[in-house]
Write a protein that binds this ligand. Structure first.
Ligand code: GAR
Length: 205
């Protein structure tokens, strides 16, 4: 492939179903990105096994081992650079990153969030949607900015809320949408079809 595949790291904290969707997409020989590293801040994250099964190098960097957020983020940054990482996907990574780290990786760092941003920011986005009584919610892939769950929006997908939904059933439905959106977002970026202009995302053919 011309220019090689985009060397991508996925940061996780949990089950890693979005990581799995990215792994599956990258398995296609013509997919323009490859996952060269998976980093988890938790040793018990289920996503680590998904990476190991796929033969992807993993690093466990426990946030509790570091005295400050800056020191933790510096350890992540060092791991990314050591592995020659060019692009970073947050996939259920439940730590807030410092402005210094985010600005270092500006426009090379994306996140997936289980709501239609800017609605329902924060860790309990699915519960917030249920509590608000909305009939539709969804997922958002966005470039990361220092403010929580903010940044230029790349892709969104809408998901219906059913009357009988619990946070589990609704989150399952949102995850299905996420598993389509996240690989598509990474494909568009690594194929050079996305340009970030300030706070806007531009698409080209
Ligand atoms: C996903 O739904 C993702 O959007 C959410 O965590 C889940 C991780 O699932 N992220 C956030 O809430 C970030 N604020 P996964 O580990 O199965 O991919």
């Amino acid at each position: 492939m011309k220019g090689g595949r985009l060397k991508t790291c996925v940061l996780i904290s949990g089950s890693g179903t979005n990581l799995q969707a990215l792994i599956d997409a990258c398995a296609a020989p013509d997919f323009p990105a490859e996952i060269v590293l998976v980093i988890s801040n938790r040793a018990d994250a289920g996503g680590l096994d998904r990476a190991r099964r796929a033969g992807i190098p993993t690093r466990i960097i426990p946030h509790k081992d570091y005295a400050s957020r800056e020191a933790f983020d510096a350890a992540i940054d060092a791991a990314l650079r050591a592995a020659g990482v060019e692009f970073v996907c947050l996939a259920g990574f439940m730590r807030l990153l410092t402005a210094g780290f985010v600005n270092q990786w500006r426009d090379r760092l994306i996140n997936i969030h289980p709501s239609l941003l800017p609605a329902f920011k924060g860790i309990d986005a699915v519960e917030q949607a249920l509590a608000a009584g909305v009939s539709k919610t969804g997922c958002t892939v966005h470039f990361v900015r220092p403010e929580m769950d903010a940044g230029p929006i790349l892709l969104q997908a809408e998901v219906p809320v059913e009357v009988a939904d619990t946070s589990e059933t609704l989150h399952d439905r949102i995850r299905q949408a996420e598993h389509r959106c996240y690989p598509e977002a990474l494909r568009l970026i690594s194929a050079g079809k996305v340009r970030v202009d300030g706070e806007s995302v531009m698409f080209s053919e």
